[in-house]
Design a protein around this ligand. Structure first.
Ligand code: UD1
Length: 337
């Protein structure tokens, strides 16, 4: 069984990916500093998967610890999730974002290289496209200046990896550009755990429905879209997790260096208002919401051209929007108010 180092493996996407790794006969080795995750998620992963997982508490910038992990375990590949991701916070504290997101990546690259491991799946984001010139957006679209330091870190990290692959021709990497991950594991044992006031839409919806928040504000209904609210490509986190397995298998099978950016989305766009009405339908709850001002920095519409993921990785999203929202709701109901 191949060992795969999963940085940020107790986070939202990381935890679901660990479950899918085990389902696919890989052995995840987790490093997580618990900055934006909880230790009990480890036991939940173990409960779902029916086996224990190896866990190191620590920071990805800690090269000594990384070196120890690579010495203790024969690592065949890396999935690098660990990073800060709050857009608003990144505007207020840019250095924190550059230090952690860039420093974590360069440390991983340096130490993995030293140990002869050259397979890296990197968590990127559709944020690198900014406002795309055409939709659906494909991977050849121009990379735009990001609206936030968070977005800039994703662009720079992609560039760092591309430059490394140029200088070390045997290095192999897939840059996964995620669209909007939602939902939770079907068991309702793991899911998203927003810290404080959620900035993402779906946790805000489910927290409002359960009574933690009084009301949801829809940020703008005067965009040039079918109902005036923004359009996004919402993808179930389990589908997204499985894309990592496909990307990893692609890298492990490949005999020469490579660096490919791949969109991971459903290929469908849904508006914020459609999402709300679908949530109301599947949950049987009426959602208290009102229309507010546009949120600064929001893109009017973005959804994936999902062709490359099918052609290169033989992966496509399978889980419906209804099921994604049902899973998000079931997860929310398991959390204490
Ligand atoms: C955001 C980030 C993006 C990041 C992604 C990760 C911004 C500008 N972008 O994407 O870089 O990769 O999260 O998940 O923050 N909405 C409301 N009311 C709310 C919350 C959201 O109407 O209370 C709307 C937003 O205006 C947007 C849509 O819901 O149109 C989705 O918002 P969100 O979940 O924050 O994701 P993105 O902004 O697409």
């Amino acid at each position: 069984m191949k060992n795969i180092l999963v940085t940020g493996g107790l986070g939202f996407i990381g935890s679901h990916t660990c479950v899918e790794l085990i389902n696919s006969n890989f052995n995840p080795i987790i490093i997580d500093n618990l900055d934006n995750s909880e230790i009990w998620i480890k036991e939940r992963i173990e409960r779902i998967a029916g086996q224990t997982v190896t866990f190191y508490q620590g920071d990805c910038r800690d090269k000594g610890l990384l070196d120890q992990i690579f010495t203790d375990n024969q690592i065949s590949g890396i999935i690098h999730f660990a990073a800060y991701k709050a857009v608003g916070e990144s505007v207020d504290e840019p250095l924190k974002y550059y230090d952690n997101n860039l420093g974590g990546l360069t440390a991983i690259l340096e130490v993995s290289q030293k140990h002869g491991c050259s397979n890296l799946v990197f968590s990127s984001s559709c944020t690198v496209y900014g406002t795309p010139d055409s939709l659906p957006v494909n991977e050849t679209a121009q990379i735009k200046d990001a609206e936030s330091p968070y977005g800039t870190t994703k662009i720079i990290c992609e560039k760092i990896i591309q430059d490394l692959v140029k200088s070390v021709p045997s290095y192999k990497s897939i840059l996964l550009r995620y669209f909007n991950p939602i939902g939770a594991h079907e068991s309702s044992l793991i899911g998203e755990l927003p810290l404080g006031l959620p900035s993402n839409l779906v946790p805000f919806i489910t927290q409002t429905a359960v009574g933690i928040r009084e009301s949801l504000t829809v940020f703008g209904n005067n965009y040039d879209t079918k109902d005036g609210s923004c359009v996004r490509d919402f993808i179930h986190v389990t589908d997204l997790a499985n894309a990592h397995i496909k990307a990893l298998e692609f890298l492990l099978d490949k005999n020469e260096g490579t660096c490919e950016a791949v969109n991971i989305g459903t290929g469908n766009g849904n508006t914020v208002l459609e999402l709300i009405s679908t949530f109301e339908k599947v949950s049987g709850q009426r959602l208290n919401y009102s229309i507010g001002e546009r949120r600064e920095g929001d893109v009017e519409a973005v959804y994936a051209d999902a062709k490359k993921s099918q052609d290169l990785l033989e992966w496509q999203a399978k889980i419906s929007l209804e099921q994604s929202l049902r899973d998000a709701w079931n997860w929310q109901k398991t959390l204490e108010k």
